[in-house]
Design a protein around this ligand. Structure first.
Ligand code: MSP
Length: 516
Protein backbone atom coordinates (compact mmCIF):
# COMPACT_ATOMS: atom_id res chain seq x y z
CA UNK A 1 0.00 0.00 0.00
CA UNK A 2 1.20 3.47 -0.84
CA UNK A 3 2.64 5.34 2.09
CA UNK A 4 1.89 8.79 0.79
CA UNK A 5 -1.48 10.44 0.55
CA UNK A 6 -2.34 13.69 -1.24
CA UNK A 7 -5.88 15.05 -0.83
CA UNK A 8 -7.33 18.24 -2.28
CA UNK A 9 -10.51 20.31 -1.98
CA UNK A 10 -11.86 22.65 -4.64
CA UNK A 11 -10.41 26.13 -4.40
CA UNK A 12 -13.35 28.26 -3.32
CA UNK A 13 -14.56 31.47 -4.92
CA UNK A 14 -13.91 34.49 -2.75
CA UNK A 15 -16.87 36.53 -3.93
CA UNK A 16 -18.41 35.82 -0.55
CA UNK A 17 -17.72 34.27 2.84
CA UNK A 18 -17.80 30.49 3.35
CA UNK A 19 -20.93 28.50 4.20
CA UNK A 20 -21.89 24.93 5.09
CA UNK A 21 -21.21 23.62 1.55
CA UNK A 22 -17.59 24.77 1.55
CA UNK A 23 -17.06 23.54 5.09
CA UNK A 24 -18.47 20.14 4.17
CA UNK A 25 -16.11 19.57 1.19
CA UNK A 26 -13.18 20.57 3.36
CA UNK A 27 -14.34 18.39 6.26
CA UNK A 28 -14.36 15.33 3.99
CA UNK A 29 -10.80 16.10 2.89
CA UNK A 30 -9.73 16.66 6.49
CA UNK A 31 -11.16 13.31 7.57
CA UNK A 32 -9.54 11.57 4.60
CA UNK A 33 -6.21 13.15 5.48
CA UNK A 34 -6.46 12.34 9.19
CA UNK A 35 -7.51 8.74 8.44
CA UNK A 36 -4.44 8.33 6.27
CA UNK A 37 -2.32 9.73 9.09
CA UNK A 38 -3.80 7.34 11.63
CA UNK A 39 -2.87 4.56 9.19
CA UNK A 40 0.71 5.82 9.19
CA UNK A 41 0.79 7.46 5.75
CA UNK A 42 2.60 10.70 5.00
CA UNK A 43 -0.12 13.11 4.01
CA UNK A 44 -0.48 16.38 2.18
CA UNK A 45 -3.79 18.19 2.32
CA UNK A 46 -4.37 21.16 0.04
CA UNK A 47 -7.17 23.69 0.18
CA UNK A 48 -7.48 27.33 -0.80
CA UNK A 49 -9.29 29.98 -2.78
CA UNK A 50 -10.10 30.61 -6.45
CA UNK A 51 -9.74 34.32 -6.94
CA UNK A 52 -9.60 35.32 -10.62
CA UNK A 53 -13.31 35.04 -11.26
CA UNK A 54 -15.32 37.99 -12.56
CA UNK A 55 -17.77 37.17 -9.72
CA UNK A 56 -15.00 38.30 -7.38
CA UNK A 57 -14.27 41.61 -9.09
CA UNK A 58 -18.01 42.35 -9.39
CA UNK A 59 -18.56 41.64 -5.70
CA UNK A 60 -15.57 43.85 -4.84
CA UNK A 61 -17.07 46.68 -6.88
CA UNK A 62 -20.46 46.30 -5.21
CA UNK A 63 -18.69 46.55 -1.86
CA UNK A 64 -16.54 49.52 -2.95
CA UNK A 65 -13.28 47.68 -2.36
CA UNK A 66 -10.34 46.87 -4.61
CA UNK A 67 -10.57 43.35 -6.02
CA UNK A 68 -7.42 42.15 -4.30
CA UNK A 69 -8.51 43.68 -1.01
CA UNK A 70 -11.94 42.01 -1.27
CA UNK A 71 -10.37 38.67 -2.20
CA UNK A 72 -7.93 38.90 0.71
CA UNK A 73 -10.70 39.69 3.15
CA UNK A 74 -12.72 36.65 2.08
CA UNK A 75 -9.71 34.36 1.75
CA UNK A 76 -8.93 35.27 5.39
CA UNK A 77 -12.53 34.41 6.32
CA UNK A 78 -12.19 30.98 4.67
CA UNK A 79 -8.93 30.37 6.46
CA UNK A 80 -10.32 31.45 9.84
CA UNK A 81 -13.34 29.19 9.37
CA UNK A 82 -11.17 26.24 8.38
CA UNK A 83 -9.03 26.83 11.48
CA UNK A 84 -12.13 27.03 13.66
CA UNK A 85 -13.15 23.61 12.30
CA UNK A 86 -9.72 22.20 13.11
CA UNK A 87 -8.99 21.34 9.48
CA UNK A 88 -5.43 20.09 9.28
CA UNK A 89 -4.57 21.50 5.84
CA UNK A 90 -0.90 21.51 4.88
CA UNK A 91 -1.20 24.50 2.58
CA UNK A 92 -3.81 27.14 1.79
CA UNK A 93 -3.24 28.28 -1.76
CA UNK A 94 -4.65 31.49 -3.22
CA UNK A 95 -4.74 31.52 -7.01
CA UNK A 96 -3.77 35.21 -6.96
CA UNK A 97 -0.38 34.29 -5.53
CA UNK A 98 2.70 34.82 -7.66
CA UNK A 99 3.74 31.15 -7.40
CA UNK A 100 0.45 30.17 -9.04
CA UNK A 101 0.65 32.77 -11.79
CA UNK A 102 4.10 31.45 -12.72
CA UNK A 103 2.86 27.84 -12.76
CA UNK A 104 -0.15 28.69 -14.95
CA UNK A 105 2.03 30.57 -17.43
CA UNK A 106 4.51 27.71 -17.57
CA UNK A 107 1.87 25.02 -18.09
CA UNK A 108 -0.06 26.95 -20.72
CA UNK A 109 3.13 27.71 -22.62
CA UNK A 110 3.92 23.99 -22.60
CA UNK A 111 0.44 23.23 -23.94
CA UNK A 112 0.85 25.82 -26.70
CA UNK A 113 4.30 24.48 -27.64
CA UNK A 114 2.98 20.92 -27.86
CA UNK A 115 0.00 21.97 -29.99
CA UNK A 116 -2.60 21.01 -27.37
CA UNK A 117 -3.62 24.67 -27.12
CA UNK A 118 -4.22 26.65 -30.34
CA UNK A 119 -5.77 29.97 -31.42
CA UNK A 120 -9.26 29.77 -32.97
CA UNK A 121 -12.71 31.33 -33.18
CA UNK A 122 -15.65 30.40 -30.95
CA UNK A 123 -19.37 31.03 -31.31
CA UNK A 124 -21.75 29.97 -28.61
CA UNK A 125 -24.10 30.66 -25.71
CA UNK A 126 -22.37 32.02 -22.62
CA UNK A 127 -23.66 31.71 -19.07
CA UNK A 128 -22.08 34.72 -17.36
CA UNK A 129 -22.97 33.60 -13.81
CA UNK A 130 -21.28 30.23 -14.27
CA UNK A 131 -18.52 31.60 -16.50
CA UNK A 132 -19.05 28.80 -18.96
CA UNK A 133 -20.42 28.17 -22.41
CA UNK A 134 -23.54 26.06 -22.78
CA UNK A 135 -23.83 23.76 -25.81
CA UNK A 136 -26.28 24.83 -28.54
CA UNK A 137 -28.57 21.88 -27.72
CA UNK A 138 -28.58 22.62 -23.99
CA UNK A 139 -29.14 26.35 -24.59
CA UNK A 140 -32.15 25.60 -26.79
CA UNK A 141 -33.59 23.11 -24.32
CA UNK A 142 -33.25 25.66 -21.52
CA UNK A 143 -35.02 28.32 -23.60
CA UNK A 144 -31.76 30.29 -23.78
CA UNK A 145 -31.82 30.88 -20.04
CA UNK A 146 -29.11 29.79 -17.62
CA UNK A 147 -30.07 26.41 -16.14
CA UNK A 148 -28.49 27.61 -12.89
CA UNK A 149 -29.42 31.27 -12.42
CA UNK A 150 -32.33 31.56 -14.88
CA UNK A 151 -30.72 34.68 -16.40
CA UNK A 152 -30.58 34.99 -20.22
CA UNK A 153 -27.65 33.30 -21.96
CA UNK A 154 -25.64 35.62 -24.18
CA UNK A 155 -24.63 34.70 -27.73
CA UNK A 156 -20.95 35.36 -28.09
CA UNK A 157 -18.41 35.07 -30.85
CA UNK A 158 -14.80 35.57 -30.01
CA UNK A 159 -11.20 34.74 -30.73
CA UNK A 160 -10.04 32.23 -28.18
CA UNK A 161 -7.28 29.89 -27.42
CA UNK A 162 -8.67 26.37 -27.47
CA UNK A 163 -7.70 23.21 -25.68
CA UNK A 164 -7.93 20.06 -27.81
CA UNK A 165 -10.28 18.18 -25.46
CA UNK A 166 -11.82 16.21 -28.36
CA UNK A 167 -8.56 14.33 -28.91
CA UNK A 168 -8.85 12.72 -25.50
CA UNK A 169 -12.35 11.30 -25.79
CA UNK A 170 -11.37 7.64 -26.21
CA UNK A 171 -8.55 7.74 -23.71
CA UNK A 172 -10.73 9.41 -21.07
CA UNK A 173 -13.56 6.97 -21.62
CA UNK A 174 -11.17 4.09 -21.17
CA UNK A 175 -9.61 5.60 -18.04
CA UNK A 176 -12.98 6.17 -16.38
CA UNK A 177 -14.49 2.83 -17.43
CA UNK A 178 -11.45 0.88 -16.31
CA UNK A 179 -11.44 2.85 -13.02
CA UNK A 180 -7.86 4.02 -13.56
CA UNK A 181 -9.54 7.25 -12.56
CA UNK A 182 -12.06 6.16 -10.01
CA UNK A 183 -15.13 8.39 -9.74
CA UNK A 184 -17.14 7.98 -6.55
CA UNK A 185 -20.10 7.48 -6.21
CA UNK A 186 -21.05 5.09 -9.00
CA UNK A 187 -23.99 7.26 -10.13
CA UNK A 188 -21.65 10.18 -10.93
CA UNK A 189 -19.26 7.83 -12.71
CA UNK A 190 -22.09 6.63 -14.94
CA UNK A 191 -23.13 10.22 -15.60
CA UNK A 192 -19.60 11.11 -16.72
CA UNK A 193 -19.31 8.01 -18.91
CA UNK A 194 -22.51 8.82 -20.78
CA UNK A 195 -21.50 12.47 -21.16
CA UNK A 196 -18.12 11.50 -22.61
CA UNK A 197 -19.90 9.14 -25.00
CA UNK A 198 -22.04 12.06 -26.23
CA UNK A 199 -18.81 13.46 -27.64
CA UNK A 200 -16.22 15.99 -26.53
CA UNK A 201 -15.55 19.30 -28.28
CA UNK A 202 -12.44 21.42 -28.00
CA UNK A 203 -12.98 24.10 -25.37
CA UNK A 204 -12.01 27.77 -25.25
CA UNK A 205 -9.54 28.46 -22.47
CA UNK A 206 -9.06 32.20 -22.86
CA UNK A 207 -10.98 35.35 -23.73
CA UNK A 208 -9.99 38.77 -24.98
CA UNK A 209 -10.39 41.14 -22.08
CA UNK A 210 -9.00 44.33 -20.69
CA UNK A 211 -9.84 43.33 -17.08
CA UNK A 212 -6.87 43.82 -14.83
CA UNK A 213 -7.93 40.83 -12.65
CA UNK A 214 -6.72 37.43 -13.87
CA UNK A 215 -3.78 35.75 -15.53
CA UNK A 216 -2.77 36.76 -19.08
CA UNK A 217 -2.04 34.20 -21.79
CA UNK A 218 1.72 33.88 -22.15
CA UNK A 219 3.01 35.95 -25.08
CA UNK A 220 -0.46 37.29 -25.89
CA UNK A 221 -1.40 39.94 -23.38
CA UNK A 222 -4.81 40.62 -24.95
CA UNK A 223 -6.13 37.27 -23.68
CA UNK A 224 -7.05 36.34 -20.13
CA UNK A 225 -6.82 32.70 -19.09
CA UNK A 226 -10.26 31.22 -18.44
CA UNK A 227 -10.72 31.04 -14.67
CA UNK A 228 -11.37 27.27 -14.60
CA UNK A 229 -8.11 26.44 -16.38
CA UNK A 230 -6.28 28.78 -14.02
CA UNK A 231 -8.01 27.25 -10.98
CA UNK A 232 -7.49 23.57 -11.84
CA UNK A 233 -3.75 24.08 -12.06
CA UNK A 234 -3.64 25.01 -8.36
CA UNK A 235 -3.34 21.32 -7.56
CA UNK A 236 0.02 21.26 -9.35
CA UNK A 237 1.27 24.66 -8.18
CA UNK A 238 1.26 23.74 -4.51
CA UNK A 239 3.14 20.50 -4.98
CA UNK A 240 5.64 21.54 -7.64
CA UNK A 241 8.65 21.96 -5.37
CA UNK A 242 11.58 19.59 -4.90
CA UNK A 243 10.40 18.69 -1.41
CA UNK A 244 6.76 18.01 -2.28
CA UNK A 245 6.67 16.63 -5.83
CA UNK A 246 6.77 13.08 -4.47
CA UNK A 247 3.21 13.57 -3.19
CA UNK A 248 1.87 13.71 -6.74
CA UNK A 249 -0.58 12.37 -8.00
CA UNK A 250 -3.59 13.28 -5.87
CA UNK A 251 -4.89 10.22 -4.05
CA UNK A 252 -8.31 11.83 -3.64
CA UNK A 253 -9.81 15.01 -5.03
CA UNK A 254 -12.94 16.04 -3.16
CA UNK A 255 -15.44 18.06 -5.21
CA UNK A 256 -19.15 18.82 -5.20
CA UNK A 257 -21.42 17.29 -7.85
CA UNK A 258 -21.64 20.73 -9.55
CA UNK A 259 -18.01 20.67 -10.61
CA UNK A 260 -17.43 17.00 -11.41
CA UNK A 261 -17.22 17.66 -15.18
CA UNK A 262 -14.26 19.96 -14.76
CA UNK A 263 -12.47 17.51 -12.49
CA UNK A 264 -13.28 14.19 -14.13
CA UNK A 265 -12.98 15.27 -17.77
CA UNK A 266 -11.24 18.58 -18.45
CA UNK A 267 -8.63 18.24 -15.72
CA UNK A 268 -7.45 14.69 -16.54
CA UNK A 269 -7.33 15.67 -20.22
CA UNK A 270 -5.11 18.64 -19.35
CA UNK A 271 -2.82 16.31 -17.44
CA UNK A 272 -2.71 13.83 -20.32
CA UNK A 273 -1.69 16.67 -22.63
CA UNK A 274 0.90 17.98 -20.17
CA UNK A 275 2.40 14.50 -19.68
CA UNK A 276 3.49 14.56 -23.32
CA UNK A 277 5.75 17.56 -22.68
CA UNK A 278 9.37 16.96 -21.74
CA UNK A 279 10.02 16.72 -18.02
CA UNK A 280 6.33 16.24 -17.15
CA UNK A 281 6.21 12.46 -16.94
CA UNK A 282 5.55 12.77 -13.21
CA UNK A 283 2.21 14.53 -13.80
CA UNK A 284 0.18 11.32 -13.53
CA UNK A 285 -3.61 11.32 -13.22
CA UNK A 286 -5.50 11.62 -9.93
CA UNK A 287 -6.48 8.26 -8.46
CA UNK A 288 -9.93 9.04 -7.08
CA UNK A 289 -12.44 11.81 -7.50
CA UNK A 290 -15.09 11.96 -4.81
CA UNK A 291 -18.11 13.99 -5.89
CA UNK A 292 -20.50 14.61 -3.03
CA UNK A 293 -24.06 15.89 -3.23
CA UNK A 294 -25.49 19.15 -1.90
CA UNK A 295 -26.76 20.22 1.47
CA UNK A 296 -30.21 21.75 1.57
CA UNK A 297 -31.57 23.57 4.63
CA UNK A 298 -34.61 22.00 6.30
CA UNK A 299 -35.35 20.49 2.86
CA UNK A 300 -34.98 23.72 0.86
CA UNK A 301 -32.14 24.51 -1.58
CA UNK A 302 -29.75 27.01 0.01
CA UNK A 303 -29.54 30.19 -2.05
CA UNK A 304 -28.63 33.84 -1.81
CA UNK A 305 -32.10 34.97 -2.82
CA UNK A 306 -33.73 32.92 -0.05
CA UNK A 307 -31.01 33.96 2.39
CA UNK A 308 -31.17 30.48 3.94
CA UNK A 309 -27.52 29.43 3.88
CA UNK A 310 -26.37 27.55 6.94
CA UNK A 311 -23.66 30.08 7.64
CA UNK A 312 -20.32 29.83 9.36
CA UNK A 313 -21.73 31.72 12.34
CA UNK A 314 -24.73 29.34 12.60
CA UNK A 315 -22.27 26.44 12.68
CA UNK A 316 -20.00 28.16 15.17
CA UNK A 317 -23.06 28.59 17.40
CA UNK A 318 -23.64 24.83 17.25
CA UNK A 319 -19.95 24.27 17.96
CA UNK A 320 -20.27 26.34 21.10
CA UNK A 321 -23.42 24.55 22.21
CA UNK A 322 -22.45 20.94 21.50
CA UNK A 323 -18.72 21.06 20.84
CA UNK A 324 -16.95 21.24 17.49
CA UNK A 325 -16.39 17.51 17.20
CA UNK A 326 -20.05 16.73 17.73
CA UNK A 327 -20.88 18.99 14.80
CA UNK A 328 -18.17 17.39 12.66
CA UNK A 329 -19.60 13.95 13.45
CA UNK A 330 -23.14 15.04 12.62
CA UNK A 331 -22.09 16.60 9.31
CA UNK A 332 -20.19 13.54 8.18
CA UNK A 333 -22.86 11.04 9.31
CA UNK A 334 -25.78 12.96 7.87
CA UNK A 335 -24.21 14.77 4.93
CA UNK A 336 -24.54 14.11 1.18
CA UNK A 337 -21.48 11.91 0.84
CA UNK A 338 -23.15 9.64 -1.71
CA UNK A 339 -25.28 10.32 -4.76
CA UNK A 340 -28.18 12.15 -3.10
CA UNK A 341 -28.56 15.49 -1.34
CA UNK A 342 -29.07 15.88 2.42
CA UNK A 343 -31.12 18.29 4.42
CA UNK A 344 -29.57 20.09 7.39
CA UNK A 345 -31.87 20.03 10.40
CA UNK A 346 -31.08 21.54 13.78
CA UNK A 347 -33.42 19.13 15.55
CA UNK A 348 -31.62 16.13 14.04
CA UNK A 349 -28.30 17.61 15.12
CA UNK A 350 -29.49 17.73 18.75
CA UNK A 351 -31.03 14.27 18.60
CA UNK A 352 -27.99 12.73 17.01
CA UNK A 353 -25.76 14.32 19.66
CA UNK A 354 -27.72 12.71 22.47
CA UNK A 355 -28.15 9.33 20.78
CA UNK A 356 -24.60 8.83 19.51
CA UNK A 357 -22.45 10.84 21.87
CA UNK A 358 -24.10 11.51 25.23
CA UNK A 359 -25.94 8.17 25.48
CA UNK A 360 -23.50 5.92 23.65
CA UNK A 361 -19.84 6.94 23.35
CA UNK A 362 -19.69 9.19 26.43
CA UNK A 363 -21.89 7.00 28.62
CA UNK A 364 -19.98 3.84 27.72
CA UNK A 365 -16.62 5.47 28.46
CA UNK A 366 -17.86 6.85 31.79
CA UNK A 367 -19.41 3.56 32.86
CA UNK A 368 -16.41 1.36 32.06
CA UNK A 369 -13.78 3.69 33.54
CA UNK A 370 -15.87 4.28 36.67
CA UNK A 371 -15.93 0.51 37.29
CA UNK A 372 -12.18 0.31 36.69
CA UNK A 373 -11.81 3.08 39.27
CA UNK A 374 -13.97 1.29 41.81
CA UNK A 375 -12.75 -2.29 41.37
CA UNK A 376 -9.15 -1.92 40.20
CA UNK A 377 -8.04 1.29 41.81
CA UNK A 378 -8.05 3.09 38.42
CA UNK A 379 -5.48 0.77 36.82
CA UNK A 380 -6.06 -1.11 33.56
CA UNK A 381 -6.88 -4.64 34.78
CA UNK A 382 -4.66 -7.55 33.78
CA UNK A 383 -6.56 -9.86 31.47
CA UNK A 384 -5.60 -13.47 32.11
CA UNK A 385 -8.59 -15.50 31.02
CA UNK A 386 -10.13 -16.08 27.61
CA UNK A 387 -13.82 -16.47 28.36
CA UNK A 388 -14.99 -13.55 26.28
CA UNK A 389 -12.87 -13.81 23.16
CA UNK A 390 -15.94 -13.80 20.91
CA UNK A 391 -16.81 -10.27 22.11
CA UNK A 392 -13.34 -9.01 21.15
CA UNK A 393 -13.64 -10.83 17.81
CA UNK A 394 -16.87 -8.96 17.03
CA UNK A 395 -15.26 -5.66 18.00
CA UNK A 396 -12.14 -6.35 15.93
CA UNK A 397 -14.34 -7.16 12.98
CA UNK A 398 -16.27 -3.87 13.37
CA UNK A 399 -13.02 -1.96 13.66
CA UNK A 400 -11.66 -3.65 10.54
CA UNK A 401 -14.86 -2.79 8.69
CA UNK A 402 -14.63 0.84 9.84
CA UNK A 403 -11.16 1.15 8.28
CA UNK A 404 -12.30 -0.56 5.08
CA UNK A 405 -15.08 2.03 4.84
CA UNK A 406 -12.49 4.74 5.33
CA UNK A 407 -10.41 3.38 2.46
CA UNK A 408 -13.55 3.59 0.32
CA UNK A 409 -14.01 7.20 1.54
CA UNK A 410 -17.35 6.17 3.11
CA UNK A 411 -16.72 8.16 6.26
CA UNK A 412 -20.40 8.16 7.23
CA UNK A 413 -20.28 4.35 7.35
CA UNK A 414 -16.93 4.48 9.11
CA UNK A 415 -18.54 6.55 11.88
CA UNK A 416 -21.51 4.19 12.08
CA UNK A 417 -19.23 1.17 12.50
CA UNK A 418 -17.23 2.96 15.19
CA UNK A 419 -20.39 3.84 17.11
CA UNK A 420 -21.58 0.25 16.69
CA UNK A 421 -18.47 -0.75 18.68
CA UNK A 422 -19.69 1.33 21.63
CA UNK A 423 -23.18 -0.23 21.36
CA UNK A 424 -21.54 -3.65 21.32
CA UNK A 425 -19.69 -2.76 24.54
CA UNK A 426 -22.93 -1.61 26.20
CA UNK A 427 -24.55 -4.94 25.31
CA UNK A 428 -21.52 -6.85 26.61
CA UNK A 429 -21.58 -5.05 29.94
CA UNK A 430 -25.32 -5.54 30.21
CA UNK A 431 -25.03 -9.29 29.47
CA UNK A 432 -22.04 -10.03 31.67
CA UNK A 433 -23.00 -7.61 34.50
CA UNK A 434 -19.50 -7.15 36.04
CA UNK A 435 -21.11 -4.89 38.72
CA UNK A 436 -22.93 -8.02 39.99
CA UNK A 437 -20.04 -10.46 39.50
CA UNK A 438 -17.65 -8.33 41.54
CA UNK A 439 -19.68 -9.06 44.65
CA UNK A 440 -18.05 -12.53 44.79
CA UNK A 441 -14.26 -12.50 45.19
CA UNK A 442 -13.77 -15.61 43.00
CA UNK A 443 -15.17 -13.68 40.02
CA UNK A 444 -12.42 -11.08 40.17
CA UNK A 445 -10.42 -12.46 37.20
CA UNK A 446 -13.56 -12.63 35.15
CA UNK A 447 -14.42 -9.01 35.93
CA UNK A 448 -10.84 -8.02 35.08
CA UNK A 449 -11.18 -9.72 31.73
CA UNK A 450 -14.56 -8.09 30.99
CA UNK A 451 -13.36 -4.60 31.83
CA UNK A 452 -10.05 -5.03 30.05
CA UNK A 453 -11.82 -6.18 26.88
CA UNK A 454 -14.40 -3.38 27.18
CA UNK A 455 -11.66 -0.79 27.57
CA UNK A 456 -9.74 -2.17 24.61
CA UNK A 457 -12.92 -2.00 22.56
CA UNK A 458 -13.35 1.64 23.63
CA UNK A 459 -9.81 2.24 22.41
CA UNK A 460 -10.61 0.75 18.99
CA UNK A 461 -13.89 2.67 18.71
CA UNK A 462 -12.15 5.91 19.65
CA UNK A 463 -9.34 5.35 17.14
CA UNK A 464 -11.90 4.78 14.39
CA UNK A 465 -13.58 8.06 15.37
CA UNK A 466 -10.30 9.94 15.73
CA UNK A 467 -10.16 11.29 12.15
CA UNK A 468 -13.71 12.61 12.54
CA UNK A 469 -13.51 13.91 16.12
CA UNK A 470 -9.79 14.54 16.60
CA UNK A 471 -10.00 16.62 19.80
CA UNK A 472 -12.60 14.70 21.74
CA UNK A 473 -11.27 11.27 20.83
CA UNK A 474 -7.74 12.31 21.66
CA UNK A 475 -9.05 13.57 25.01
CA UNK A 476 -10.57 10.13 25.55
CA UNK A 477 -7.46 8.27 24.41
CA UNK A 478 -5.21 10.45 26.57
CA UNK A 479 -7.21 9.30 29.60
CA UNK A 480 -6.05 5.80 28.60
CA UNK A 481 -2.45 7.03 28.18
CA UNK A 482 -2.57 6.62 24.40
CA UNK A 483 -0.56 8.96 22.16
CA UNK A 484 -1.90 11.16 19.41
CA UNK A 485 -0.95 10.05 15.89
CA UNK A 486 -1.43 13.71 14.90
CA UNK A 487 1.29 14.85 17.26
CA UNK A 488 3.78 11.97 17.38
CA UNK A 489 5.78 10.26 14.65
CA UNK A 490 5.46 6.73 16.03
CA UNK A 491 2.63 6.92 18.55
CA UNK A 492 2.05 4.15 21.01
CA UNK A 493 -1.59 3.24 20.59
CA UNK A 494 -2.04 0.10 22.70
CA UNK A 495 -3.31 -0.33 26.25
CA UNK A 496 -0.72 -1.15 28.87
CA UNK A 497 -2.02 -3.43 31.66
CA UNK A 498 -1.69 -2.09 35.19
CA UNK A 499 -1.21 1.47 33.94
CA UNK A 500 -3.23 4.15 35.76
CA UNK A 501 -5.95 5.80 33.72
CA UNK A 502 -7.97 8.95 34.18
CA UNK A 503 -11.45 8.23 35.45
CA UNK A 504 -14.95 9.42 35.03
CA UNK A 505 -14.37 12.33 32.67
CA UNK A 506 -17.70 13.50 31.21
CA UNK A 507 -16.94 13.81 27.52
CA UNK A 508 -20.44 14.52 26.22
CA UNK A 509 -22.93 15.93 28.74
CA UNK A 510 -26.53 15.30 27.75
CA UNK A 511 -28.13 18.14 25.82
CA UNK A 512 -31.62 19.10 26.93
CA UNK A 513 -33.57 19.20 23.65
CA UNK A 514 -36.69 20.59 25.34
CA UNK A 515 -34.89 23.82 26.12
CA UNK A 516 -33.80 24.31 22.49
N1 MSP B 1 -13.95 27.82 -7.65
C1 MSP B 1 -14.70 26.69 -8.05
C2 MSP B 1 -13.92 25.41 -7.86
C3 MSP B 1 -12.60 25.38 -8.57
S1 MSP B 1 -11.70 23.94 -8.20
C4 MSP B 1 -10.43 23.96 -9.27
C5 MSP B 1 -15.99 26.63 -7.25
N2 MSP B 1 -15.98 27.27 -6.07
S2 MSP B 1 -17.23 27.41 -5.07
O1 MSP B 1 -16.87 28.40 -4.09
O2 MSP B 1 -18.44 27.62 -5.78
O3 MSP B 1 -17.26 26.08 -4.25
C6 MSP B 1 -17.72 24.97 -4.85
C7 MSP B 1 -17.74 23.82 -3.91
O4 MSP B 1 -18.37 24.12 -2.66
C8 MSP B 1 -18.61 22.73 -4.49
O5 MSP B 1 -17.97 21.93 -5.41
C9 MSP B 1 -18.91 21.99 -3.28
O6 MSP B 1 -17.71 21.30 -3.02
C10 MSP B 1 -19.14 23.05 -2.25
N3 MSP B 1 -20.54 23.46 -2.15
C11 MSP B 1 -21.09 24.68 -2.44
N4 MSP B 1 -22.40 24.65 -2.10
C12 MSP B 1 -22.73 23.44 -1.61
C13 MSP B 1 -23.85 22.89 -0.94
N5 MSP B 1 -25.00 23.53 -0.82
N6 MSP B 1 -23.71 21.66 -0.40
C14 MSP B 1 -22.53 20.97 -0.42
N7 MSP B 1 -21.47 21.47 -1.02
C15 MSP B 1 -21.59 22.58 -1.84
O7 MSP B 1 -16.91 25.97 -7.71
Amino acid sequence: MSTKFYVTTPVYYVNDVPHLGHIYSTLIADIASRSARVEGKRTYFLTGTDEHSTKVSEAAQRNSLGTHEWASKNAAAFKATFDAFNFSYSDFIRTSQERHKKEVELRIQQLIDSGAVYLGEYKGWYDAGQEEYVTAAKAKAANYLSPISGKPLVERSEENYFFCLSQFQDELLHLVESEKISIIPQSRRNEIISKIKEGLNDIPISRISSDSWGIRMPKNETHLVYVWIDALLNYVTAINTDALREFWPPSVQVVGKDIIWFHAVIWPAMLLALQKCDGNEWLQLPEKILAHGFWTHEGIKMSKSLGNFVSTSDLEGYNELLGLDAVRLFLIMNGPLGGSDSSFSERELHESYNANLANTVGNCFGRVTTMIGKYFDGCIPTCQSLHHQEFSDRVNELSKQAWLESNDLAFDKMAAKAIAIFREIDGFIHRTAPYKLIKEEHNRDDVAEILYRALDAIRLGAIALLPIMPNKMQELLSCLQIDSPFEKESPSMELVMEQKIELGRVLFPRFDTKGS
